[in-house]
Design a protein around this ligand. Structure first.
Ligand code: GLY
Length: 393
C-alpha cells in the first residue's frame, strides 16, 4: 500500500491510497464510525471486487445505497436524493460519505457531501481507470445544469481516494482505453520515464487481447479479466505514478489559477469533438465499407485526438514545422494507435471552431492552450481560435 498526499501549503489535506486489491480499504475505513456509501448500480452488479468491497462496508456497519448513474442524471435532483437519503438515515456531521463508481458518481457524491449539513467528510473508490487517474483526484465536484457540463460545483478535497486495479477487471476494454488515454496525457505533462512504460504496457495488453480473442477465438470477458489480473502490479505502479503527478499539480495550484490548467492538455479540442460527435450520433454516412452509423466517442478517445492536435499545434508554434504530419504529432499518434486508442479527429478545425469559442475557460477571447514541446514538457499559451486555425491549416 502506498500513500500520496495532496497539500495546501505544508498541510496534507487529502490522501490517495494505492494498492493492488480492494482488501486494504478495510484499514482506510477504520477511523470513521458512520459510513454512508453510494455505489454505482452498474458496478455493484458486474464487478466482483465491489462485491468484496460491500462485505467490507457491512463489517463497518455502513449504510449502502445503489445509485443509477448516467450523464443525464448528473443533476441537482440526484444530489438532493443523496442528501435526503442521508437525512432519513440519521447522517450527522461526523458521517463519511463514500462514493464507489466512475467520475459521475464521485462528482455527485462529493458535491452532496459538500453541501449536506454545510459539509461532511467524503471519500472515493473510483472504479474506472479514467476516474482513477483524473476525476477522483483533486477535489472537483459538481453536476450538469441547463446545457452546461459540471457548471455547478465546488472544489473540496476527499478524505481519501482509494485506487486499485482489481476493480478494473470487469471494465469493458473500450472504457479501459479511455482511461489509458487520460493516463498518457498525464505523463505528457510530467514524464519521469512513465509515458513510454505506459504506452508499452497498453500496446502489450491490446495486442494480447486481439491475439487471444480474434485469432484464438477465446471469450472476451475471460481474456480481459486474465490480462488485468496478470498486470495488476504494473498497473498499480502506473496508477500511483499518475496520481503522484496530479497530486503534485493540485498541491501547487488547487484552485486552477495557473499550473492546474496543464491538466487540460488536449481538452479544448476534445470538448469540441465530444459536442460535435453527440450532435451527429446516429447519423449515417457512406465510406468504402458501405453505409455506417456515427457512434459516439469516449472521453478518452476525444482526449487522444485532442493530444494529437495539440502536438501538431505545438510543432507549428515552436518550430514552424509545416510537414503534413509533424514530428511530435507522428510520435503521439503512433503511440496511441499502437495502444489501440483511436485518435483520429473526424472534424476539420473550422468545424470545431464555434464550439471551441464557447470553452468555459476562455478569458478575453483567448483560450489557455496547453502545448507539448516534448513528452513531459508542456507550456500554457493563450491563443485565439483564429490563431489556432492559422497554425493548424
Ligand atoms: N480534470 C482536470 C482537473 O482536475 O483539473
Amino acid at each position: 500500500m502506498e500513500q500520496i498526499n495532496i497539500y495546501s501549503g505544508k498541510k496534507a489535506i487529502s490522501r490517495i491510497v494505492t494498492a493492488e486489491g480492494i482488501k486494504e480499504l478495510d484499514a482506510c475505513l477504520k477511523p470513521y464510525r458512520h459510513v454512508f456509501a453510494v455505489i454505482d448500480r452498474n458496478v455493484a452488479d458486474k464487478c466482483p471486487a465491489v462485491t468484496q468491497l460491500t462485505e467490507i462496508l457491512k463489517r463497518h456497519d455502513a449504510k449502502i445505497r445503489l445509485l443509477e448513474v448516467s450523464e443525464d442524471v448528473k443533476t441537482l435532483e440526484t444530489v438532493m436524493e443523496i442528501c435526503a437519503w442521508m437525512l432519513e438515515n440519521g447522517a450527522d456531521r461526523d458521517a463519511l460519505l463514500l462514493a464507489v463508481g466512475g467520475g459521475i458518481a464521485t462528482d455527485m457524491a462529493g458535491f452532496a457531501a459538500s453541501i449536506y449539513k454545510r459539509g461532511v467528510r467524503f471519500a472515493y473508490v473510483p472504479t474506472t481507470l479514467l476516474s482513477q487517474v483524473d476525476a477522483a483526484i483533486g477535489g472537483k465536484t459538481g453536476v450538469n445544469f441547463e446545457k452546461y457540463k459540471n457548471i455547478l460545483g465546488v472544489i473540496r478535497q476527499p478524505e481519501f481516494t482509494y485506487l486499485c486495479p482489481q476493480v478494473l477487471e470487469s471494465l469493458p476494454k473500450r472504457d479501459f482505453l479511455s482511461g489509458a488515454a487520460e493516463m498518457l496525457k498525464t505523463f505528457m505533462i510530467e514524464d519521469n520515464g512513465n509515458y513510454q512504460k505506459a504506452a508499452d504496457l497498453f500496446f502489450d495488453i491490446s495486442s494480447e487481447f486481439t491475439m487471444e480473442t480474434m485469432v484464438n477465438g477465446k471469450d472476451e470477458r475471460q481474456v480481459w479479466k486474465a490480462i488485468m489480473t496478470r498486470n495488476r502490479r504494473q498497473m498499480t505502479e502506473l496508477i500511483s505514478a499518475a496520481a503522484r503527478v496530479k497530486a503534485g499539480v493540485v498541491s501547487r495550484d488547487q484552485f486552477e489559477r495557473g499550473e492546474r490548467r496543464k491538466l487540460n492538455l488536449g481538452h479544448t479540442f476534445a470538448h469540441a469533438i465530444e459536442t460535435l460527435a453527440q450532435r451527429d450520433e446516429g447519423e449515417r454516412f457512406s465510406n468504402h465499407d458501405g453505409v455506417c452509423e456515427i457512434k459516439g466517442v469516449t472521453h478518452g478517445e476525444a482526449v487522444a485526438a485532442g493530444m494529437v492536435l495539440a502536438a501538431r499545434l505545438a510543432d507549428r508554434y515552436y518550430r514552424n514545422d509545416r510537414s503534413e504530419t509533424t514530428e511530435l504529432e507522428a510520435k503521439v499518434s503512433n503511440d496511441l494507435w499502437d495502444a489501440d486508442i483511436p485518435c483520429y479527429c473526424p472534424y476539420t478545425i473550422e468545424e470545431m471552431a464555434e464550439t471551441m469559442k464557447k470553452d468555459k475557460k476562455a478569458e478575453g477571447g483567448k483560450i489557455h492552450f496547453v502545448l507539448p514541446k516534448a513528452v513531459g514538457d508542456v507550456e500554457i499559451v493563450d491563443l485565439t481560435v483564429e490563431e489556432v486555425i492559422r497554425f493548424l491549416k
